[in-house]
Ligand binder design. Sequence first.
Ligand code: HEC
Ligand code: CU
Length: 404
Amino acid sequence: MGVNINLNNRQPSGGQSLSIVWIIAGVLGIIFGGLLIGALTPTLLPVQGSAESQQVDALFRFMLVIGGAIFLLVIGVLIYAAAAFRAKPGDRADGPPIHGNTTLELVWTIIPAIIVVILTIYSYQVWISIRTIQPLNHDVEVVGQRFAWTFNYDITPETLPAGVSAAQLDETVLATLNSEEGLQFSHPQLHTWVGEQIELKMRTEDVNHAFWIPDMRIKQDLLSGRETSITFTPIRAGIYRIVCAELCGAGHGNMAGTSVLIDGEVDLRGAWLVVHEDEQTYLREFYEPEAQKALFPPEDPVERGRQMLASGAYPCGTCHVLADQNWNGNIGPNLNNIGTRAASRVGGQTAEQYLHNSIRNPGAYLVPGFGNLMTQFNDESGEPNYMPEEDLNAIIAYLLTQTQ
Ligand code: HEC
Ligand SMILES: [Cu+2]
C-alpha cells in the first residue's frame, strides 16, 4: 500500500514497481522475524521463580513479537527507501512534497489503535490475576529503612513451635503474644515455601524505597506514610536476590542481597528471598528456631543485644563494619573496638552516655571525617525509627563488649 504514493518524478531507480513477490516475502519476513524475536526472549530473562512470572513473561513476549515486527517493518522500509529512492547523479532538487494520503493515514492510525486496545485488555487481565489475594495466605511485614530491609514474622498462640506451650513462657513474653499487637520476630531475609501465596505488607521508616525481586517478577514501591502490599506464589525452591529499585541515598546500593565466601561456605548478606521445598522444611529450618529465640530471649543483656542486632531488627549493618556481626557497611565509622574508645570520644560523657547519645541523637556529635548521615533512633512508639529504651540498653551493653 505504501508504495502507491504518487512520487511524481521520483520513481524507484530500477524503474519497475515493486513486485508482488517481494511484498509477500517482506510481509512473511516481518511476521517470522517478530515471532523469532519473541521465541528468543526467554534467553534474556531471569528464571521464572513464581506463578506470576509466567503470566508476566507471556505478556512481555507478546509485546516483543508485535514490537519486533514493527521494528523490522520500519527498518525494512527505511533500507528499501534509502536504496530505491536515492538521488540520481547530478540531481540536486528537493524531493516532492507529499501529503494527504488518507488511506495511509487511516491505516497507520487504526492498526496501532487496535494493538493498544488488545494490549490494554491483556495487561489488565494479567494485573488483576497477579494482584488477587486468596484467603488464608501467609503474610509477612516488610520494613524498608535506609539502608536495609527487615522482615517481621508473626508468632501467634496457634503457631508456637512444636513442643512449646504457653505455660513455659515468661510473663512479659506471654502478655505480648496475647496482646493485640502480638509477638513478632525480625529477620534480614524473607523466607517462604513453594506453592504458598505470600502477601507482603510494606512500610518505610523514612524515604520511599522500592522492593524488587527480579526472579519473581514483582516490584512494589514503599511510600512514606502509606502501607502498600504485593503478593506472589513461588514455584521453585531456591535463594533469590532482593533489590531496592528506588534511589534512596548514599547506601542505596547496600539494600540488595550480596554474598561472600567464608571458609568455602556461602554467607548471605543483606536481603534475600529463601524459598523452602515445603511448609515442613520452612517450619523446621527457619520458623521454629527463630520463634524459639523470640519466645525465650536471653536474660543477659549483652546476649540480647547481640541477638537483636543479628536479627536485622535495626539496619546498623549496612552502614557499619563490625567483625562480631559480620557487618561490612561503608557509610559510617568502623565499630570494631567501639567499647574501648567510647569513653574518650566526648569529654564528660561515660562510654554508656556516649553510645546512648550517638544512637538517640547522632547529629549532636559527629565522628571526625563523617557527615550527619546516621539514622536517628527514637524512643517513642509511633515515631519513625522507633527503638524502645530496653532495646537500646541491650545494644549498648553489647557494644561495650566490643573491645577489639
Ligand atoms: C544510614 C547509615 C547508618 C545507620 C543505619 C546506622 N549508623 Fe551509626 N553512624 C553512621 C555515621 C555516618 C556515623 C558517624 C557520624 C556520627 O557520629 O553521627 C555513625 C556513628 C555511630 C556511632 C559512633 C561511632 C564512634 O566511632 O564513635 C555509633 C556507636 C553508631 N553509629 C552505632 C550505630 C548503631 C548501633 C546502629 C543501629 C542501631 C547504627 N549506628 C545505624 C551511620 C549509620
Ligand atoms: Cu532503598
